[in-house]
Write a protein of this length. Sequence first.
Length: 453
Amino acid sequence: MGAAGAGAATAISCRNTFHHRRSATNRARLCATRHTTHRYGGSQRCEWCIGAALRRRRARHDSLAGRGVSRPHFRRRRSLPGTFGPDLERAVNEHGLTVGHFPQSFDISTVGGWVACHGAGQFSTRYGKIHDMVVGLEVVLADGSVIRTGGAPAAAHGPDVTSIFIGSEGTLGVITRVWLRAHDVAPVRRKAAYFFASFADGIAAMREAIRAHATPAVLRLYDAVEAQRSHGGDGSNSTLIVLDDGEPEIVAATLAVVDRFALAHGAVRAPDERVDHWLAHRNDTSGLQALTKKGFVIDTMEVAAPWSKLTDAYASVAAATSAVSGARSVSAHVSHSYLDGACIYFTFVGQLSSRDITDATTAEHERLYLAMWNAAQRAALSAGANLAHHHGVGLNRGRFMREAMGDAFAVLVAMKQSLDPLDIFNPGKLGLPTRRGTMPWGTGDTAAEHGLD
């Protein structure tokens, strides 16, 4: 759903605020001195450093956010982490540029959240994930010191320190500035849509197009369930929507390659209106929200897998999640494609057996929710997919981190202990051990805690 970067996306970027370097530095030092942190709203934040709303600075947001492209030919943009997506795009559009990052949460998410949760936008097959856009960062560490990372187009002087903080979810430092790459606004946009007899046929066509280096900005394949729900029809076909931006010759060639491989795998061309419908409704989650108000349990899970394992991951997750008592629907689409694989994004819906579902207790809802999550996530990992593609980890996925990362998890623990030995930044996130008490849903393999195994 593109949740990465929304206001709840942790300590890095608070709702309707941004973090000023001096304030963050001073308050980080206070936290370190007092050994304090603070919990609220499911996210953990430093009581003084990140907890400060700084709303008095909000009035300066627009003027500050506008400083970033001092010379348009630089193709770089300096942004404060509390800058919302629409504000960022408006600022760069004034110079004929775009950052190209459009997550589903675009209207309500911030630059800091995108970076902290390692987000991906809907046009990522052309523009990349957020790490492809970040040139450098300014970060306040737990002792109050300030570092600046990156800055060059590429480097080979040791490990990439910028990457340590991308996806760190507020656990290692406070991001106070972000430098982003920007692109020229595309002069041409073209689109196409296709029907496939099976989800597997669509995946095969996508794989061959990507391996031929045809990388349209949008290449999204919906299984039959999601295709019917999102685009209508009789539910018998999977639907591929294609959209590309760029120079006319490049866009035409890209769509021609996609068309060739789609038809080779039995596709039938569909009306372009399918793409128009997606563009108009791509960020609308009101239908799912309406179901939650009726007592249904709904969430999404996105993972990445190699092309060779994508179809099996789809089948395994669907079967495992559907087998959970109370599960009602499991569907998926494929997006965010790469040379060696793609992201597959699941939506699962559950319903308690009680006739009057509004009488069900919160504990029963949570039990069903965790049962579906555990089934889906473990099936994905067993099928060769990873833990997450762009929604991050937070608390819910923390219990799978050791299983997903294996021995490499010890490196993450060592970084946390070195950079934040007092555990004042977002304790318990990413499944990291914490001195702040037991986090909701625990860490590590905790299914037994909930009686789900």
